[in-house]
Write a protein that binds this ligand. Structure first.
Ligand SMILES: [Cu+2]
Length: 480
């Protein structure tokens, strides 16, 4: 089937059981009415699985509990939980709990010293979930040159930590993981990373100093899905005029930043990486970098049948979308391109107040092009991992961490076990109150984030693009 045929048959949905559909009505913002929904004991089975993106596109991969995404793990803030992991594969595995403030030995990172789940063995993680909000869990193994390992597999799922208050005001909610499948190496990646290529580039070196060596291999995919279905092949999201629908977007891709639009509707962004923003704001296009989450409410006030999906035609037609169907509306799903839009974290923030932290850490990122057939590598402050004694933290100290992106890519930068408050980004735009665990720093861009060093133990920092991390884009922060 040609990709352009997707839209023609959109709406003729294959029968299937939605993993996260209208069956899932409890809010992450308030305790659920039924006490047995949030649990304290979870089991994850790591094993080969198949997922049917469409009747003629069945993917073989590795997943949790027979599906991808894996089960939604719903827990209560502050109530200790146990996760039992059984590994039915031939390689050691790590389950990382992304966005949680938990000790290094259960965080799920080899670099931090978390014990592995041995091949054909088991491991138990005991932790106390915090903070409230939409988090996620995923494998944290390295892939290197094997595109069937690590974050290229189906080993990921949503993790929701229910808070104690803040009842939400919405009619239904949906957990939507954006994914790509069957990645391959390429020398000519399709570059959809830059929403605003004309944006400020304070870290762009003078032309004479640019490294113009032939770049190495990048990873690309052109098969996409939201959860386990490509556009046109899952159940549509059924809404009524006037519904307020809360979407929880997660970019579970190992490869690329993604954008989502819904013709005729705006996304009112209320939380980033699970953390409520100071200034909720409406946007036409939501950008989600690998590892990031965006929570947005859409007021359903344009009756019809619509495609909600990626603005880039090859990506949407390759499967990154889902049909939104109003009650009593019957027609072919409609897509129209959104207005030109530039994603800007600072519109959700508030003006800075109070002094900046006086303790500063600078990280300068460089890409070393390796040439045809090889993998590019990355350095942090000109050094390769693990940066012995380079980044030492004093407990109880607040730091300003400045990222200098001297590369020709945007990077989603993730700090484990801590929360980052954006202080300045996009060429010196100041802000406060935007709390994240993963921040996309644009091409040749700079960003400063503040964090409190209050989680002793080795702490991994890395780019959330798997290949970048594996080939050097990471550092280990230590407490002195
Ligand atoms: Cu990167």
């Amino acid at each position: 089937m040609q990709r352009r045929d997707f839209l023609k048959i959109a709406g003729i949905a294959a029968a299937g059981c939605p993993l996260y559909g209208q069956m899932q009505m409890q809010s992450f913002l308030k305790p659920t009415a039924t006490p047995d929904v949030a649990k304290t004991d979870f089991t994850l089975e790591i094993a080969p699985i198949t997922i049917e993106l469409s009747p003629n596109r069945i993917i073989s991969t590795i997943g949790y509990n027979g599906t991808s995404p894996g089960p939604l793990l719903r827990m209560k803030e502050g109530v200790p939980i146990t996760v039992n992991v059984n590994n039915n594969t031939d390689v050691p595995e790590f389950v990382h709990f992304h966005g949680l403030l938990i000790p290094s030995d259960v965080d799920g990172s080899e670099e931090e010293g978390t014990p592995p789940v041995p091949p054909h063995g088991k491991q138990t993680y005991k932790l106390t979930p915090t903070p409230a909000g939409v988090r996620w869990y995923h494998t944290h193994t390295m892939s290197m040159d094997d595109l069937h390992r690590g974050a290229f597999t189906g080993m990921f799922g949503f993790l929701v930590i229910e808070g104690k208050n803040n009842p939400g005001n919405f009619d239904q909610e949906h957990f939507l993981a954006l994914r790509d499948w069957e990645p391959y190496f390429t020398t000519q990646p399709m570059d959809t990373d830059d929403l605003n290529p004309s944006g400020p580039q304070p870290e762009r070196p003078p032309t004479a100093e640019m490294n113009t060596s032939t770049p190495g291999l990048e990873v690309q995919s052109d098969i996409y899905s939201i959860n386990d279905k490509s556009l046109g092949f899952g159940d549509p999201i059924r809404v009524k005029q006037g519904d307020r629908v809360l979407f929880h977007f997660l970019n579970a891709s190992a490869i690329e930043i993604r954008n989502i639009a819904l013709p005729g509707h705006k996304f009112n962004v209320i939380a980033l990486d699970g953390n409520p923003v100071p200034t909720p704001a409406a946007v036409d296009v939501v950008m989600v970098g690998p590892g990031e989450r965006v929570d947005a409410i859409v007021e359903m006030n344009q009756p019809g049948v619509w495609v909600m999906g990626a603005p880039e035609d090859p990506v949407r037609e390759g499967g990154l979308g889902i049909v939104i169907e109003y009650a009593n509306q019957h027609r072919t799903p409609v897509w129209t391109a959104p207005p030109k839009s530039v994603w800007d974290y600072t519109i959700f923030g508030k003006p800075p107040s109070g002094p900046a932290p006086t303790e500063k850490i600078d990280m300068v990122f460089a890409k070393i092009p390796r040439g045809a057939g090889k993998f590019n590598s990355f350095t942090v402050n000109g050094k390769v991992y693990p940066h012995e004694q380079e980044f030492m933290l004093k407990q109880g100290t607040r730091y300003r961490l400045t990222f200098h992106n001297r590369t020709d890519d945007s990077h989603p930068l993730h700090l484990h076990r801590h929360q980052l408050e954006i202080a300045e980004i996009y060429g010196f735009k100041p802000t406060s109150g935007v709390i994240k665990d993963t921040v996309v720093v644009p091409t040749y861009g700079r960003a400063s984030v503040d964090f409190m060093a209050d989680q002793p133990g080795p702490t991994l920092f890395h780019c959330h693009i798997q290949q970048h991390m594996d080939y050097g884009f990471k550092a280990l922060l230590r407490y002195s």
